[in-house]
Every structure is written in structure tokens, then in C-alpha cells.
Ligand binder design. Sequence first.
Ligand code: AMP
Ligand code: ZN
Ligand code: ZN
Length: 313
Amino acid sequence: MAKLKKGTRCTICKAKGKKEKAIVFLPHHRLALCKKHFIEWFEKRVEKTIKEFKMFSRKDKILVAVSGGKDSLALWNTLNKLGYEADGFYIDLGIPEYSEDSKKLAITFSERIKRPLHIVSLKEEIAPIPVIEKSTNRPACSACGTVKRYYMNKYAKELGYSIIATGHNLDDEAAVLFGNTLSWDIKYLKRQYPVLEEENGFVRKVKPLCKITEKEAALYAFFNNIEYIEYECPFSEGASSIEYKELLSQLEEKHPGTKLQFYTNFLKKMYPILKEHEKKQSEEVSSCKICGEPTFWDICSICRLKEKVAAGN
Ligand code: AMP
Ligand code: ZN
Ligand code: ZN
């Protein structure tokens, strides 16, 4: 976050004739804010994003995918404060230390805001991530993504939630967009919208923090005394998206607003073109012959994964 000059006053307090000192400076929004007004600004920005993309309303039952990290906990806190009906969903991936620590933090937070947290254990469903990695020879991160998507969707339906909200932030979205643009991966670019509509057995998925930076989410968690897991998953080391994040952050330092512009201009200018293209080339979704969940193949990736893990034992 850009440095705050000594003695800077909160922009909003100043407009109200008060003289509160600012403790946060958001250069890309040209705002210097005190703690109270930063929290207010953050929550309003999330609410505005929810409305802008018509993500959900106060009538919907929302399942927040909680990793124990700052983003998903900040999101859960915000939705709860804004009066949405939002419960938590945690997938215990069985990663030594990391999963135990993050699970504890997710449980502690659910007790604090008095909302239920549904927990699914991958060890009970298939096998822990390190075992899956060994039996499939696939990088853990790719198996992890598949597993998260599958179980979020399956359990949201079983538990009666119509929306899945994840904590993906602007840094995540801009980095993935950057990667997909480098390879001009149309198939993935098409899916880079903060709302993926409910269809063919998939529950609607939304990303209400898509216009919030990683640093803003960390500050929001800090100001609200939310304890979150501060270290990265040991399996994520060396992931290319981390490099893209670093590159974009360097650009952001020099030119504040770069990330936001890159992402929002994609949504405004490029996404509509890709959507038109999609209409012409819609892919057939069918049901998995084994578990019945939606898939583009005969047998879904999780059932194929289960077969591989079983063969490896
Ligand atoms: P990541 O893929 O780790 O960057 O996480 C992106 C988002 O996915 C998080 O903000 C959460 O909403 C969700 N998520 C990640 N890990 C888990 C997990 N173990 N259980 C439930 N949701 C998760
Ligand atoms: Zn203020
Ligand atoms: Zn299946």
C-alpha cells in the first residue's frame, strides 16, 4: 500500500468537518481514510459489486467457501454485516499443518459471528491431497482446484444453497487474466466473469471481492481483528500465478490503478465479445455416469481421480 504522508487527514472525515487522521491511503481511488471510514468504504464497495453484477439478493441462501485466509474470512464478515444469509463451507484438504491450522481459524470465526460452518474432509471423500498428488502424478494445485470446485458444487446443492461465494480478490483475478491472456486461452478467458450462472447442475458462483485488492482485504481483516492463516499453502510454491501477481504489483507501484483497469476493462470491452462467441460454440454438458454430477465427459474428473487413487493403493 502506498505510503501515507504524515499528518494526512481522512478524506471523508474532512468532508464532514472533522479532523480524524487517516491511517490508510488508497492511491488508485485517491482516498486517505481513518479506520472507521476504511471499513465502511470496503463494505460499500463489496455491496456495490454485488449489485453491479447482480450476484444475489437478501432472499438468497449463500454458501461462502472459506479457506481460513484473509479474503474469504473478510468476505464472510462483510456479507454477514450487510445482512445477507451467508454460511461457511470449509474443505479439509488433509495438508499437514496447513489444513489443521486453517480449519481451526475457520471454526473460530464461525463461532464469533455465530453462523454455521459446514466441513467436508477430503480424506473421507477420496484421500488427502498429498496422497492424491502421489497417485496421479499431477501437481497438487491442479488436483486441489478440481476437488474444491466439485465439492463446493455438490454440497451447496445437497445443503440447499443457491449461491457459492468465493474470496477471489482483484489480485487473483488480474493474475489469472494475465496468464490466460499470455496464452490467449479463449476457453478460460470466457469463464473469467465474477458471476458464473447456475446451469446444467452447476450452482451459481460469485466473486464479490473481485474489485478489492489483496492488501485491502488484509487491512480489513486486521482492522476487524480477524485471525487468519498468514502463510501460503506449502503446495502453492512456484505457481505461475504468484509470479504474475508480483509483476502486476510492480506495475501497480508505478502506475496506481493498473490492476483494476486491466480487469475492469476486460469485463467491459473484451468479455461481451467472448460471450457472443460462446453462444455460437456452446459445449454439451452431460451427467457423470458414476456420480451424476455435471461434466463435459462421460465420467467426471473426480470419479476418474478416485479410480486412479484406488489403483495406486
Ligand atoms: P485459492 O484458490 O486458495 O486462492 O482460494 C480462492 C478461494 O477459494 C478462497 O478465497 C475461498 O473462497 C475458496 N477456498 C480455497 N480453499 C478452500 C477450502 N479449503 N475450503 C473452502 N473454500 C476454499
Ligand atoms: Zn474518517
Ligand atoms: Zn463423477
